[in-house]
Design a protein around this ligand. Sequence first.
Ligand code: ATP
Length: 336
Amino acid sequence: MAVFKPENVEDFYEIGEVLGSGHFGQVRQVRERTSGNFWAGKFLKIRKVACSRLGLDRSSVEREVEILQAVQHPNIVALKDVFESRAEVVLILELVSGGELFDFIAEKENLLETEAIEFMKQILEGLKFIHCKNIAHFDLKPENIMLSDKVSKPPNIKLIDFGLAHLFHPGEEYKSTSGTPQYIAPEVISCQPLSTAADILSGLSPFQGDTDEETLGNVIGMKYEFNEHYFSLTSPMAKDFIQKLLMKNPEDRMTAEECLLHPWIKPITPKQVAKRNRSSINMKNFKKFNARRKWKVMKSADSCNDAFLQRQCESDVEDTESKPASLLRRRLSSSS
Ligand code: ATP
């Protein structure tokens, strides 16, 4: 059981600039007073009374902390310390200062498939590690795939935000309707029991529609296509890899471990190596996708506060039959 220190965080850390915001508070750069080292402080507001409309249940933060403590891996953000006051819990995390992976890629003029594979491998290594511990992230999306710093070569990926993560106990049936529409697995939308397989399909977004309803409909119907205009430079092995992830039935989807053994990631024959080396990513399309994604994130941040206030109490009793569009991005919805 994690120790939540009752001391004042400011006695140990100087609080600095805001690095990012989530639905339940801010993440700020903090400086350890004794060592001068920099860390990230995730400030989470805690509900004071069970029916309050503001903040998170303490138990949900305990879960996030317990999971972070169990997943120490080079591709996963590390947790250093936890402080607790009456109104908030502060997680002291490793400072991840390289920005989002997708922004780093979008700045490049070109990207070979071999470079993309190096990133993919690190994401899969992180996922394989947590899945082996029966933990699913359940909120894998570009905003939660960051780079440790701006100087490491090759860049080092860190998965962040374990706020929706879940540790499966043997035989447990777990359902949740939380997630982000573009990156959600179909079994989440249809309220099926979940497993670590949901992480394999999330984080990809070939399903983007004009509205959340349309996006969720595309996920459920598995509506996507390899438009030649965008995929003409993509190797057949990459397409095969993607197709084996985009399986509606979680049991048919490759696991993280199987992904790492797919010939696109781990080529066996010289022919496979050569094909991979000749292929590249369509950067024009990627930059467009990234710009649209950033715009959507900003838009949802603007509307989130209102939606959030309306939804929090409802979330405690949410109907599992509710319309797909009611899926929310954070720990607002039901889980059982
Ligand atoms: P959400 O409501 O979107 O799920 P959250 O409240 O769980 O968010 P996080 O996603 O963990 O919060 O963090 C919010 C933002 O803060 C991130 O998108 C990122 O920009 C920044 N951030 C989080 N952790 C770190 C870190 N360890 N180092 C640097 N920045 C971070």
